[in-house]
Design a protein around this ligand. Structure first.
Ligand code: FES
Ligand code: FES
Length: 188
């Protein structure tokens, strides 16, 4: 049976396919935000669909925050927002308005590594550089909770950061060592 005989529209009768890749949505809407990044205030107009990791990397040049899966799985984009570990690919930059962010660039002070970074160095837990910031920021956020987490709590916490090429033993040892020797409290 032909299309005409069945009553279905012929190919020529069908409306043109709406291809979103060719659609002109006009300029992307932006929102002004005021946020504190590593103790410095920033006021920026950000596209409403830009996520935090892209904002940090592209707007502020803070390229220590990496982008891997962009689906909240790999943890490469982990930063701390108001004291909690956040996947930067799952949060919009416009949501940073009025909030405080710490990235891996904010850990060292006066070119001196902080205690957690030193523990990573001591235990050879600094690995490829792509995953390390995610581990550091996740462990730093854990330190803000206070107390001294045991090995199980540490492994649970860092399970949200995926290293695809090596073991986690030096990383866990470094974090354990850091908590065992920590003298000060949360230091954000
Ligand atoms: S890039 Fe954000 S979790 Fe993978
Ligand atoms: S992903 Fe960084 S060492 Fe494997």
């Amino acid at each position: 049976m032909t299309a005409a005989a069945s009553g279905a529209p012929s190919v020529d009768d069908r409306p043109e396919r709406n291809d979103s890749s060719e659609r002109d949505d006009g300029p992307e809407q932006t929102v002004r935000i005021c946020t504190v990044i590593n103790d410095a205030e920033h006021t920026e107009d950000v596209p409403v669909r830009m996520h935090v990791a892209d904002f940090l990397r592209q707007r502020l040049g803070l390229t220590g925050t990496h982008v891997g899966c962009e689906q909240g799985v790999c943890g490469m984009c982990t930063v701390i927002v108001d004291g909690e570990a956040v996947k930067g690919c799952l949060m919009l930059a416009c949501q940073l308005d009025g909030r405080s962010v710490r990235t891996v660039e904010g850990l060292a002070h006066d070119d001196q590594l902080d205690d957690l970074q030193n523990a990573f160095s001591t235990h050879h837990a600094l690995q490829c550089g792509f995953c390390t910031p995610g581990f550091l920021m996740t462990a730093t956020a854990l330190s803000y909770q206070g107390g001294c987490p045991d090995r199980h709590a540490i492994t649970e916490e860092i399970s949200g950061v995926l290293c695809r090429c090596t073991g986690y033993a030096p990383i866990v040892a470094a974090i354990e060592d850091y908590f065992a020797n920590r003298k000060d409290g949360p230091s954000e």
